[in-house]
Design a protein around this ligand. Structure first.
Ligand code: ADP
Length: 655
């Protein structure tokens, strides 16, 4: 049994472990799927946002550029400006040109407008009256000047040489016939976007054709290059950008296309420096640790971004970004949005947290339901087993009880039979005594009858008829007496009494004395009967009541055997309902043990005794609805009390 239980519990544990494993596997799979889906979705959202930002910015940029791009051409046809170019030293014409440029500049909302002679010297400028006017400056090194001098319109982005303000320059040649006599230039400030930009997670970068960032919503990225060659991380990680390392980096990057490398060759740097495009900026690359192309052709970047304000001792903030960019060939620039992937991580984490929590709740609920179902089934099975066991026990117990009942009835039946047989046996024993008594009683009248008969015959022979009649009367009287003596024999022949009969105590006394007469005489014993017995009737039948009294008297005589004057006193006490006969002897009385067991069958203290007399007497009295009790008389000797139901005189005594 124990082993079976152990095996069952082991199987249960195995199942539980398997279930747990399945749950964990399910969780892992779900986490994997959720991670993938959430990442894709979040990435798509970020890209969408980045695209929208890119479009918005490009639109506003183009709008700004478009507004001014034709202005230099317009200026190139202005008479005041042409006049100044033809007569550059004329102060009046210079003044007129300055004022005109200032007016146009103001009207069009440009940053600066100016006129350059073919030698590169600025002749007139809208800011002629400002603290640092362009007039007199040599811009022959500027590419936009060179482009215009080649005959076409020029466009260029650069840090203002004088103003140190970044701007976009449009230029156009001023023609006189086929000859170029000067160049008009309009500068547009593009810095507004950096100040107005409010998206903290997405940054705008604008790069020139060399890959140099010249507009950035993160100020410290300005004039740095985007991109990095693999293998340079350790140098960059050292974060020392001394001239030596810089030269090294630039030497390593030499010969590679700038868009790929993100670093500029020495020649490029020299070229850019010569153009004074970005002043003396070192043109370092951003610290890109990792770059990866997406399926959409965008770039995923991991870069270390250390703002100039930090001391370099802080842990380096590494960020993950999506770079979405578009080339604007006409404007000669690439506009990019660098979107932080932080929302992606947050979104993935949130999706994972919600999904897994939901999964755990559902799993817990499912487990709970399964466990409850299993418990319920087990409980029902146990209940069923208990019910069956109970039914079996009840059935078994009922069978046992039925069997016990049957045996008891059988025993009672046997007991009853045995009792009847015992009563019968006792009767026979009394019959022996009775016959001895009858024999004693009848022998005398028989002898007398024979004597009277003999005398009668002799008197007849003598003819004395009168005397014969006297003799015959005597014979009849003797016969009557003999009939009375024989009466008890008839009673003894009956087995059961009739409770409806009444017995006169005087008749009872006579019967008893007939039976016991000779024995009393032999022992020289005396019985004192009460006088008023004739008026008292009791329920019962005379034969059995005689049997009881004969028993009691026999026992008393035996107890007093050897005494000089054995004496028995019979007392009478009556109520309306009952009659009590007491029988006291003067023997040794009843021992304590005898008092407890005296009415039990076969209890005897005599060597030749049967131990049946009192038990049968007790039973007889009980069957007559009476009681038989034994105790010792305070004055010595045993005292038996026989209580019987009292009846009335009119209830006929059977004869
Ligand atoms: P038995 O006479 O065959 O022994 P009984 O049932 O008549 O059987 O009596 C049982 C016992 O009760 C006797 O053996 C005797 O010890 C005790 N007993 C009965 N009557 C008396 C009495 N009058 N005095 C003393 N003992 C008695």
């Amino acid at each position: 049994m124990k082993r079976t239980y152990a095996a069952l519990s082991a199987a249960g544990t195995g199942r539980r472990n398997l279930l747990l494993l399945l749950l964990l596997l399910g969780m892992a799979l779900l986490a994997y799927l959720l991670y993938g889906t959430a990442r894709l979705q979040a990435m798509a959202q970020i890209r969408e946002q980045a695209d929208a930002n890119l479009n918005r910015y490009i639109l506003s940029l183009q709008h700004q550029l478009d507004r001014h791009k034709d202005l230099p051409r317009l200026l190139a046809n202005q008479q005041q400006l042409i006049a100044l170019l033809q007569d550059p030293d004329n102060p009046h014409k210079t003044d007129q040109a300055n004022r005109y440029l200032a007016w146009v500049n103001d009207t069009m909302g440009a940053t600066d407008s100016y006129l350059i002679a073919t030698n590169g010297i600025t002749l007139a400028a809208s800011n002629w009256d400002q603290p640092r006017p362009f007039t007199g400056n040599d811009y022959s090194f500027r590419p936009y000047f060179q482009q215009a001098m080649e005959g076409g319109p020029g466009r260029y982005f650069a840090l203002g040489n004088t103003s140190r303000v970044r701007g976009y320059f449009f230029s156009h040649p001023v023609m006189q016939g086929e000859e170029i006599i000067g160049v008009t230039v309009v500068k547009v400030d593009l810095e507004d976007v950096e100040e107005d930009w409010s998206d903290p997670l997405q940054d705008i970068l604008v790069m020139d054709e060399d890959g140099v960032i010249f507009i950035s919503t993160r100020a410290h990225w300005r004039f740095r290059t985007l991109g990095q060659l693999p293998g340079y991380e350790h140098i960059l990680a050292s974060r020392q950008y001394g001239n030596h390392e810089l030269r090294q980096l630039q030497a390593l990057a030499a010969g590679r296309p700038p868009a790929l490398a993100g670093l500029l060759s020495e020649a490029d740097v020299a070229r850019i420096r010569a153009s004074q495009r970005y002043g003396s900026a070192p043109l370092l690359p951003l610290d890109i640790v990792r770059r990866e192309a997406t399926a959409q052709g965008d770039l995923l970047l991991t870069l270390i971004d250390q703002p100039p304000s930090s001391d370099g001792l802080d842990p380096q903030p590494t960020g993950h970004y999506l770079l979405v960019s578009r080339l604007l060939p006409e404007a000669g620039m690439r506009v990019a949005v660098l979107a932080s992937l932080r929302p992606l991580e947050t979104s993935v984490f949130r999706t994972l947290a919600v999904g897994l929590t939901f999964y755990l709740v559902v799993a817990a609920l499912a487990l709970f339901l399964v466990a409850r179902h299993r418990l319920k089934k087990r409980y029902e099975a146990e209940l069923q087993r208990a019910h069956e066991a109970l039914e079996l026990r009840v059935e078994q117990r009922t069978r046992e009880l039925t069997e016990a009942n049957r045996r008891l009835q059988q025993e009672m039946e046997q007991h009853h039979q045995t009792q009847n047989q015992l009563i019968q046996t006792a009767k026979l024993a009394v019959l022996g005594q009775l016959s001895a008594g009858i024999n004693h009683e009848l022998s005398q009248p028989l002898t007398a009858i024979r004597h009277y008969a003999d005398n009668g015959r002799k008197l007849l022979e003598r003819g004395k008829a009168g005397s014969v009649a006297t003799n015959l009367e005597e014979i009849a009287g003797l016969a009557g007496r003999m009939a009375t003596i024989l009466q008890p024999l008839r009673e003894f022949a009956r087995q059961n009494g009739d409770l409806g009969q009444s017995v006169n105590l005087q008749h009872l006394r006579q019967g008893v004395m007939v039976i016991m007469g000779s024995q009393l005489e032999q022992q020289g014993a005396r019985i004192d009967w009460p006088d008023d017995l004739g008026g008292v009737w009791v329920r019962g039948d005379i034969g059995r009541l005689e049997q009881v009294l004969v028993n009691l008297i026999s026992n008393a005589l035996q107890a007093m055997a050897g005494q000089a004057e054995p004496r028995i006193e019979v007392g009478l006490c009556t109520t309306d309902e009952e009659v009590q006969l007491t029988l006291r002897d003067h023997g040794p009385g009843l021992a304590e043990h005898a008092l407890e067991h005296i009415f039990e069958p076969f209890y005897t203290t005599k060597s030749a005794g049967l131990g049946l007399g009192l038990s049968i007497s007790h039973r007889i009295v009980q069957s007559l609805d009476g009681r038989l009790e034994a105790r010792n008389h305070p004055g010595g000797g045993a005292l038996f009390t026989l209580t019987l139901k009292r009846t009335r005189a009119h209830e006929q005594e059977p004869r």
